[in-house]
Design a protein around this ligand. Structure first.
Ligand SMILES: [Zn+2]
Length: 425
């Protein structure tokens, strides 16, 4: 009996105090892991791996381009309901499954629904042995399958958490989605959110605790347009874009703080024998430092402005009109960082210890940017197995060993959410 009470106390103790002393960390971790209920949940994964893999392939074959996640959302909604959650769809399109806790504080477990692939991309999953390939199979088929698997494992073990867990399949992580799904989630539950755990892609080798700040910009240059022969000498928006781009790509970039840029998409013109009336360029810039980001953004504006000037000055015939240009902000992802002594990181470390995993801290651009930028504890982790070729048509996923990632996610969320005391059920 005494032993039982100790269990209840340990399992329901607020995480902050139970993890305050580093020395007690691993023992608390194994307490959670060895609770018979949690054991049942952990043991659920292995015999159910094939259904988890099947769900992953099924979801990956449903198109979910940015801003068109509706079909995939509709497919995962009943699956989360069947996992015992109270499910609803919010206005922006997030599917939210609630596992009500004994307290009103909230922990979010999320996986993004969207992919980078435009409508019409062939999504048929190819199977070679256990290995699956297809666009989006790992990013974020793995995360979505794990989201459901963790809910089902808790259902099988009849776990009632202390803090409410929201299982969210959210929209808008990739590209121009600009994290709008996560922004909406945090907005809606802001007052009660204690932590967010983002499941993104495969592997168990890292934990993203630092949010990489980024900006996505679109350059547009417009001019009169004309005939390639008879109007030769007229200002050309593609020429101007090339001139400006050449200047920009020679901008000095520091090695530290690490800073990157990518000219990712370019378009313009109507035919080979027309002087175009428009050119466009999309640029992604990222940095560990907000200052570098601002510097690079203004360098882009300066370079494009100079490119446009060069083109206008060298035009032989200035009577036929001039160029206009602008740079629009398509998206901005704020930076942020999880405190080294945060209970969430301690929970992840404890889970790693139980499953025999080791992981390195990483900085990256994920849904966790939003909570981290607001001072809410958040991490992004892979959901197990191995994948590669993310954002390419050759993307693949190998589920071997994925149970490690599933157990790691389950233990982390339970460490943070806690388990409701018997009397509160
Ligand atoms: Zn992703």
């Amino acid at each position: 009996m005494k032993h039982f009470l100790l269990w209840v106390i340990l399992l329901t103790m607020p995480l902050r105090s139970s993890l305050a002393a580093n020395s007690s960390r691993s023992s608390v971790a194994s307490e959670i892991a060895e609770s018979p209920q949690v054991r049942t949940a952990l043991d659920w994964f292995l015999p159910n791996l094939s259904s988890i893999n099947e769900l992953q392939a099924r979801l990956a074959e449903i198109p979910a381009p940015p801003f068109e996640e509706e079909k995939r959302a509709a497919a995962i909604e009943p699956v989360l309901t069947a996992a015992g959650l109270t499910v609803h769809r919010d206005k922006i399109g997030n599917v939210i499954g609630e596992l009500r806790g004994s307290e009103k504080e909230i922990v979010i477990l999320s996986a993004h629904l969207d992919t980078v692939f435009p409508a019409g991309t062939e999504l048929k999953v190819r199977h070679e042995g256990a290995r699956m390939s297809g666009p989006g199979i790992s990013d974020n088929g793995t995360g979505l399958a794990a989201l459901v698997a963790v809910a089902r494992a808790m259902q099988a073990a009849k776990i009632k958490p202390r803090r409410t867990i929201l299982f969210a399949a959210n929209v808008g992580e990739e590209g121009e989605g600009n994290l709008r799904g996560m922004r909406a989630l945090i907005d809606a539950y802001r007052a009660n959110i204690k932590a967010a755990i983002v499941l993104d892609g495969s592997s168990t080798d890292h934990v993203t605790t630092k949010a990489l700040a980024s900006r996505r910009l679109e350059v547009t240059i417009t001019g009169p347009g004309g005939h390639s022969w008879s109007d030769f000498g007229m200002v050309n928006p593609i020429n101007a874009l090339v001139r400006g781009s050449v200047r920009f790509i020679s901008t000095k970039i520091p090695a530290s703080p690490r800073t990157t840029f990518n000219l990712g998409q370019i378009e313009g013109g109507t035919s080979v024998n027309s002087i175009p009336h428009q050119s466009r360029l999309k640029v992604d810039i990222r940095s560990e430092s907000e200052d570098e980001l601002a510097r690079l953004e203004s360098a882009l504006r300066d370079c494009i402005g100079a490119g446009v000037r060069d083109e206008m000055e060298s035009a032989r015939d200035r009577s036929k009109g001039k160029l206009e240009w602008k740079v629009d902000l398509l998206g901005s992802r704020p930076g942020g960082e999880l405190a080294a002594n945060s209970p969430l990181l301690a929970a992840l470390r404890a889970a790693d210890e139980v499953v025999g995993n080791s992981s390195r801290l990483e900085r990256s651009s994920t849904d966790a940017n939003i909570p981290l930028s607001l001072g809410i504890d958040a991490i992004a982790i892979g959901a197990g197995g191995n994948g590669g070729g993310a954002h390419s048509l050759q993307e693949w996923y190998d589920p071997a060993g994925r149970e490690t990632g599933l157990k790691r996610a389950l233990l982390t969320i339970l460490e943070v959410a806690g388990i409701a005391p018997e009397k509160a059920r």
